[in-house]
Design a protein around this ligand. Structure first.
Ligand code: HEM
Length: 217
């Protein structure tokens, strides 16, 4: 088994938990209003702020720096999505949830101390966005007719072939880490999933406000 395969296998239960959390299930099930998508994106704006600052810190690192692909950068897209959802004063309208603050704090902490733990966070978010994140993009289009701003976070227009990109990324994962670093990367990726689940759980607390009323015949 390659390291990328072990990583995928070891994080599969965490992936299932994230993927089947009640907020994501309701979101993908078409039960929630556009405000739920906006709320999720607003939290991701803070997460990617921390992640992309960490990437700048790691850019020249001999191993972690190899994972800093500029074509992944999400903040410019998220800023446009925020303006679409919250208007020109969006920066005053959005706030990180405590669960989001904890996730950002962990990203900042590992960016200062551990290249492989930084890559664990990088892997967990970006590879997920390129794969499963696309399910959210499709829902935004089909349920709410949103294809441009509002969904730009899910559009990787600088990555012509996502499967090829994922293969290259996995190849890189397979080549650069020592066994001890591999172990640490796996544990941190599971932790990254837990942070994501914590955000979904917090957002689920607001689900009654997002719930679309059942259609009346
Ligand atoms: C919205 C619900 C989700 C769906 C439908 C979904 C679906 C998928 C699918 C089908 C793949 C496999 C793609 C492939 O074979 O290359 C995948 C991979 C992945 N997903 Fe998700 N996912 C979801 C949520 C998440 C979340 C919330 C995260 C983490 C925050 C995540 C992280 C990942 C990662 C890291 C991979 C790459 C695994 C690997 O190949 O090593 N996913 N997802």
């Amino acid at each position: 088994m390659t390291f990328a395969e072990s990583l995928r296998a070891a994080t599969m239960p965490a992936h299932e938990q994230a993927n089947h959390s009640p907020f994501i299930t309701a979101l993908l099930g078409g039960e929630l209003s556009v405000d739920a998508f906006a709320a999720l994106s607003s939290q991701l704006y803070f997460v990617y702020g921390a992640l992309e600052e960490a990437a700048e810190t790691m850019r020249n690192h001999p191993t972690a720096g190899q994972f800093v692909f500029d074509e992944l950068t999400r903040i410019p897209a998220l800023r446009q999505d925020m303006e679409f959802y919250f208007g020109p004063a969006w920066e005053k309208e959005i706030r990180p949830l405590p669960a989001t603050e904890a996730y950002c704090a962990r990203i900042r902490e590992v960016a200062a101390t551990s290249p492989e733990q930084f890559v664990a966070h990088h892997y967990t978010r970006y590879l997920g966005d390129i794969a499963g994140g696309q399910a959210i993009r499709v829902k935004l289009k089909n349920l709410h007719n949103i294809t441009g701003p509002g969904s730009l976070f899910y559009v990787f227009d600088r990555i012509p072939s996502p499967p090829k990109f994922r293969d290259n990324y996995r190849e890189l994962l397979n080549t650069v880490w020592t066994p001890a670093e591999q172990k640490s990367l796996i544990l941190e990726s599971i932790r990254a999933y837990e942070h994501n689940v914590a955000i979904f759980t917090a957002l689920a607390g607001n689900m009654p406000a997002y719930q679309l009323s059942p259609s009346v015949d």
